[in-house]
Design a protein around this ligand. Structure first.
Ligand code: ZN
Length: 93
């Protein structure tokens, strides 16, 4: 039904999409594009194991918590003391 070339092309397009998605999530969008375009699924594996940029790390932490009212660093929900500035979070000002 589909030619093998068409299936390979489809798999490659999917690998570029996954690599770009991972790159955007980890704050390396250009690397996501390049790795996906030139390395395909190997690029996806590299993007999966690469560590996120500090800014992306902060964004990821903020999705599962909130910003400390004193130092603006990400803190997990339910924390009573900020792990960054050690201030008490039980009575927010
Ligand atoms: Zn703090």
């Amino acid at each position: 039904m589909f030619s093998p070339l068409f299936i390979l092309l489809l798999l490659w397009i999917v690998s570029v999409w996954v690599s770009v998605h991972l790159g955007n999530q980890k704050g390396h969008s250009l690397a996501g594009w390049l790795l996906g375009l030139f390395l395909g699924w190997i690029g996806v594996i590299i993007m999966a194991v690469i560590s996120p940029s500090p800014e992306a790390q902060r964004r990821l932490l903020l999705t599962e918590g909130f910003a400390c009212p004193f130092c603006q660093e990400p803190v997990r929900h339910g924390a009573t003391v900020c792990p960054h500035c050690q201030r008490d979070l039980k009575t927010p000002s």
